[in-house]
Design a protein around this ligand. Structure first.
Ligand code: FES
Length: 191
């Protein structure tokens, strides 16, 4: 991955949300699980992105302070993983697999068609805020490539000619069993 140069002057930290006290407490709740506070960085970043939709500069500064590391340590990690976003994402995130099986089956053409239909490049968000686009390593459905995910909904054996129809389908991200139900079910069942 190429190193990014960040212009912190034209992107002031104050323009993005900071960490609320409940979110800080949630992150602090992970400290006991690791030998150092630094080790809680990845779960902390997931929690911030879940809460804010992305990880802005102010959040990076504040989580650095919380974990007693430098802001550049945080940015190194955020910029290493394509999963983390430093700017707001669209309502739906489209992820096209870029690994070998899907590549051999034509994922590049699917990605090009996604770019054409949405009018954006990778890691960009459409002007109306409806879609963001990214590529990701293997989505674990190699025998059904090329595949892509809309939010958490997997679309298998996608051909370029199907892309526009998929993207125009309002239900293209609807799951049979929402992930939140899978994770929260045990807690709810205890109640
Ligand atoms: S290579 Fe695309 S899902 Fe595995």
């Amino acid at each position: 991955m190429a190193w990014k140069t960040v212009d912190r002057v034209s992107q002031p930290a104050s323009d993005s949300p900071g960490l609320s006290e409940p979110l800080k407490d949630k992150i602090r709740g992970f400290f006991d699980r690791y030998p150092t506070k630094r080790a809680a960085l990845i779960p902390a970043l997931h929690m911030i992105q879940d809460d804010h939709g992305y990880i802005g500069w102010r959040a990076m500064d504040e989580v650095a302070e919380l974990l007693e590391i430098t802001a550049s340590d945080v940015f190194d990690t955020v910029s290493f993983y394509s999963h983390f976003w430093t700017h707001p994402r669209g309502k739906k995130v489209v992820m096209v697999c870029r690994s070998i099986s899907c590549d051999l089956l034509g994922a590049d053409d699917v990605l090009s068609e996604c770019k054409r239909v949405m009018g954006i490049d990778e890691h960009e968000t459409s002007a109306d805020g409806s879609y963001s686009l990214m590529t990701e390593e293997c989505l674990a459905t190699c025998d059904h490539g090329p595949c892509m995910v809309v939010n958490e909904k997997l679309h298998k054996c996608v051909s370029p000619s199907q892309v526009e129809k998929i993207l125009n389908d309002a239900d293209n991200d609807v799951l049979d069993v929402p992930r939140s139900d899978l994770y929260d079910g045990a807690e709810r069942n205890q109640g």
